[in-house]
Ligand binder design. Structure first.
Ligand code: PMP
Length: 411
């Protein structure tokens, strides 16, 4: 294991907590990551010493707050290799970013009879906005299916991507299977058909370097809270020409160039999409989270998570009755493992684990069409982070066995 990453738990005081009398083992990092002290300190320092509204005041404090807020935009652009800060829109979350693209850009380009292509592994936030857009426009929503090894069926994608396709919306990394899709190849295929590619990077951003310029995606969305930042702050990257053509979908302060009794003119992108007082503290926290990641090294984080998966997957697989979803290869899990235990409801398993101090997610994971495709109604999902240790994996597998034994005795 990498030494630096081993000593990080001191940055996460929550990990010293007890749950039901047992030491907390937090394995729901795919739902939200814990926030390290250096990020919390910067958010507090902003509210304590620097708080003012942005883009409004002519006074020093407001100018300093605006400068910090805009500097983080540059930091985000550099982090995902976007050409400049003007391609970065602050939103509330991945969900809001994807809704913004569907409502504004989708409304602009999708016509009756067009097709929108998504995949069966989408989170509801990259599914429902397209489903509803298709309904509004009289367009057809199509799904790329899975192969028998539960990865994206690229042959199916090639077959369904035609000159009728206007938008392809796809997750970079699945929040259930952990698999990462070949976005660069998909971008080339999409552009050959003169369609646009929207990428949901909510699960990819904490696990790998993202280069939007190299991938050549048209839009990419992610949330701060899945990458050590606070909740309530998200990002939408969009190509400059596309953002320029898109109308705003929210109106109010800060997004206008001028207003008369009958007319209003918008600011340029990205500010025309940021109506009202934004989540300034959230932006400061996002900047701090990016700095923290960069200090760790995104590649090192990925390596540690793969080591944890390499330890956990065989231990889980060895338990009789366990079915693991997704690839058998640890490197293809992005720290996520979804599984079921025969004859035990996922909610019972998660409740049993909670009694032992272990926090995991159970349910449909906001991916009901994927659950249907897998032939289940729910799974248990454990998702690790670099702050977990290999002993945690042993404790987790041991605990799954104990909960299994308990329910087998009861039935
Ligand atoms: N897409 C994926 C793949 C996700 O895992 C999530 C969060 N579970 C989202 C989108 C939505 O993110 P948020 O709730 O932060 O908007």
């Amino acid at each position: 294991m990498i030494n630096y990453l081993q000593n990080l738990t001191q940055d996460f005081p929550i990990l010293k907590k007890k749950i039901n009398g047992e030491p907390l083992l937090y394995l729901d990092n795919a739902a939200t990551s814990q926030t390290p002290t250096p990020v919390l300190k910067q958010i507090r320092a902003f509210y304590q010493n620097e708080n003012a509204n942005v883009h409004r005041g002519v006074y020093t404090l407001a100018n300093q707050a605006t400068e910090k807020y805009e500097r983080v935009r540059e930091q985000v652009a550099a982090f995902i290799h976007a050409p400049n800060a003007e391609t970065i829109v602050y939103t509330r979350s991945t969900t809001e970013s994807l809704n913004l693209v569907a409502s504004s850009f989708g409304n602009l380009v999708v016509q009756k009879g067009d097709e929108i292509l998504i995949t069966i592994m989408e989170h509801h936030s990259n599914l429902i906005p397209w489903q509803q857009l298709a309904k509004r426009k009289g367009a057809t929503l199509k799904y790329v299916e899975l192969t028998s090894d539960q990865t994206l069926d690229m042959a199916d994608l090639r077959a369904k991507l035609t000159s009728r396709t206007k938008i392809v919306a796809i997750t970079q990394t699945s929040n259930v299977l952990g698999v990462t899709n070949p976005i660069k190849i998909i971008a080339r295929l999409v552009h050959e058909q003169h369609a646009y590619l929207v990428v949901d990077a909510a699960q990819a951003i904490p696990h790998q370097t993202i280069d939007v310029s190299d991938l050549n995606v048209d839009f990419l969305a992610f949330s701060g809270h899945k990458m050590l930042g606070p909740t309530g702050i998200g990002v939408l990257y969009g190509k400059a020409g596309l953002l320029a053509a898109m109308p705003p979908i929210q109106y109010g302060g800060e997004m206008i160039a001028s207003v008369s009794r009958t007319e209003a003119k918008w600011q340029n992108a990205p500010w025309k999409f940021e109506a009202g007082t934004p989540n300034i503290g959230g932006v400061i926290g996002l900047g701090a989270a990016i700095s923290y990641y960069q200090k760790l090294g995104v590649a090192e984080v990925r390596q540690k998570e793969t080591q944890l998966m390499a330890s956990l997957l065989p231990q889980l697989q060895a338990i009789p009755g366990v079915t693991i979803y997704g690839s058998p290869k640890p490197a293809e899990h992005a720290g996520i493992v979804s599984f079921n235990v025969a004859n035990i409801h996922p909610h019972d398993m998660a409740t049993g684990l909670d009694m032992l101090g272990i926090e995991v997610r159970a349910g449909h994971h906001c991916a009901q069409p994927l659950m249907a495709a897998l032939g289940v109604s729910a799974t248990v999902r454990a998702s690790v982070s670099f702050y977990n240790a290999s002993e945690d994996m042993e404790r987790f597998a041991w605990s799954v066995e104990r909960v299994k034994e308990f329910f087998e005795r009861e039935s």
